[in-house]
Design a protein around this ligand. Structure first.
Ligand code: IPD
Ligand code: CA
Length: 258
């Protein structure tokens, strides 16, 4: 098999399958049960395990490589790699906070060819297709035009660059970065930043493609275009914004060593 599939149909179908399997345990202690460590040393929750088993079972017959948050890499020698976070925001899920999503991106060699995020609670299905754009439920979406002094950003800081907080109007940290990147893409946020050197490709691969296709600038902490390694363990910083001015404000704050 060569990986040239109708990824939109396959992905939507898998996302609906995950939804059916996991939603009955939303906000329950069962969902948060500790199943041991994943490949990055984080805790795998019961809901993560249920969702990932289902996704892997669906993807295996397609003969593509798989990079998934809990089990890591399954390399079958294909040119195509599906990068998955079966549940982004699993703390939220187990705690009963309704911000979490399914995330899947497909790469041919190192280039993304498709990305989707399915937000179970709203039923919104976001897609990014290189050169074609970003979509929510099939309708094109775009980042919004920045308005100075009115910026709303999601900012994962762990004490770094906190001076930035005074330079924007609103900070919202929602606990599911795949979802937050789609909010940037549809113009609900102006920026999504994580400067903890903590997020992994599985968390952001689809969201980055969607945000970029919607017009966002997505860089590392030096302002260079963010490049993602196709594995489940490397950790990175990310700056995703709708406007170069905001990017410069952020980079200046970082260069001050905050
Ligand atoms: C987490 C969320 C969160 C981000 C963490 C991720 P998970 O994903 O995306 O927003 O700050 O870095 O680990 O672990 O709930 O799938
Ligand atoms: Ca996850």
């Amino acid at each position: 098999m060569n990986g040239e599939f109708e990824w939109n149909e396959i992905t939507f179908d898998i996302a609906k399958g995950v939804e059916k399997a996991v939603m009955p345990m939303f906000g329950t202690p069962e969902a948060g049960k500790d199943m041991g460590e994943n490949v990055s040393g984080d805790v795998t929750k019961y809901v993560d395990r249920v969702a990932e088993n289902l996704v892997v079972e669906r993807l295996k017959p397609l003969g593509v490589n798989i990079v998934s948050e809990e089990i890591g890499n399954i390399d079958v020698g294909s040119d195509y790699t599906a990068v998955i976070d079966p549940i982004d925001g699993s703390y939220n899920f187990a705690a009963g906070i309704p911000v979490f999503a399914f995330s899947l991106a497909v790469f041919k060699c190192r280039s993304p060819i498709y990305g989707a995020v399915y937000e179970f609670v709203t039923g919104n299905f976001y897609e990014g297709i290189p050169g074609k754009g970003a979509f929510m439920n099939g309708n094109p979406i775009h980042v919004r035009k920045a308005e100075r002094g009115k910026e709303a950003i999601s900012f994962y800081t762990r004490g770094r660059c906190t001076g930035l907080i005074k330079k924007v109007k609103r900070v919202r940290v929602l606990g599911a970065i795949a979802v937050e990147l789609t909010y940037l893409a549809k113009g609900a946020l102006d920026g999504v930043l994580d400067v903890r050197n903590y997020v992994r490709t599985t968390d952001i691969a689809a969201g980055v493609l969607i945000a970029r296709e919607a017009g966002a600038l997505v860089t590392d902490e030096n302002g260079e275009e963010l490049r993602l390694n196709l594995n489940a363990t490397d950790q990175t910083n990310i700056i995703a914004v709708n406007d170069r001015h905001l990017l410069n404000v952020i980079l200046e704050e970082i260069s001050r060593g905050g």
